[in-house]
Write a protein that binds this ligand. Structure first.
Ligand SMILES: [Zn+2]
Length: 264
């Protein structure tokens, strides 16, 4: 029986050959009149080196992905919100999938989403799925919420402009759970500034909220709220993520709208 792994051997010139692939591990070169034996790589060694390079590259990509996620996903629970963790209870996740599949177009056309519905509809989960999928594709995404942004802004010696500039630097910004928690004049001003700065740079924005369209379009709102909501509605296609209810028709109509945006 033939033994596949055999020992290296010397050829008639005295150069070492690989016992496995049979290729040279040494060769002779002439240098200023003298002959030298130098090492070279046999096929097995070339293959091993390539595999090592590829492994190191994969590890480097994983490291960069971890870095992008650590910076961009501002809450630990966002890390688990991925398409593969979906329990298939809400078909509206298809919108999120389409958004990711058409990301280049969404980015170019500056299409954002306003994911609406009560607690438990999965709207934040959908936004997280988009964030994770795009981060895994190498895109830079920031997913955060306004309480966090406002906390940063009011912390000691914070540079508000720098914080806003940083948020504009992301190709996609996702604001989870827009409810405008603190209705102070300062808070509303900063919320508007963040949204408007992305509007001016024509960069997409995804927002999740418990607010209804009627609430956001209400004429009873004060000016500060009105200008925030009207900007959002200019930038984002409203998607109702809840189940069957009185808002169903509206959701269906908008669903067609976003599908048209995606395919058109
Ligand atoms: Zn070999």
């Amino acid at each position: 029986m033939e033994n596949k792994v055999t020992a290296d051997y010397l050829d008639e010139e005295g150069c070492l050959h690989c016992g496995t692939c049979g290729k040279r591990k040494q060769m002779k070169v002439s240098l200023i009149g003298f002959e030298h034996v130098v090492s070279c790589l046999c096929e097995c060694e070339v293959k091993a080196r390539q595999e090592l390079d590829e492994k190191m590259q994969r590890e480097e990509e994983q490291r960069q992905l971890y870095q992008r996620k650590s910076v961009g996903l501002r809450e630990r629970r966002f890390w688990e919100w991925k398409f593969e963790n979906d329990n298939r209870s809400n078909q509206k996740i298809l919108i999120a999938r389409q958004y990711v599949e058409n990301w280049t177009d969404m980015k170019r056309k500056n299409v954002g989403l306003l994911l609406m519905g009560p607690v438990g509809t999965g709207k934040s989960f959908f936004a997280g799925c988009i964030a994770n999928a795009l981060l895994e594709q190498g895109e830079r995404v920031m997913m955060t919420n306004f309480s966090r942004i406002l906390n940063e802004m009011t912390s000691y010696q914070a540079d508000k402009n720098q914080i806003i500039q940083n948020l504009v630097d992301y190709p996609l910004l996702i604001i989870d759970d827009l409810g405008i928690e603190r209705n102070s004049e300062f808070a509303l001003e900063q919320v508007y500034n963040v949204i408007d700065s992305r509007y001016c740079k024509m960069l997409p924005l995804i927002i999740t909220t418990n607010l209804g369209l009627n609430e956001m379009k209400s004429t009873d709102l004060d000016t500060a709220h009105q200008r925030i909501y009207s900007r959002i509605l200019e930038m984002c296609v409203p998607i109702y993520c809840g189940g069957e209810d009185k808002r169903k028709e509206e959701g269906t109509e908008k669903l067609v709208q976003v599908q048209n945006l995606i395919t058109g």
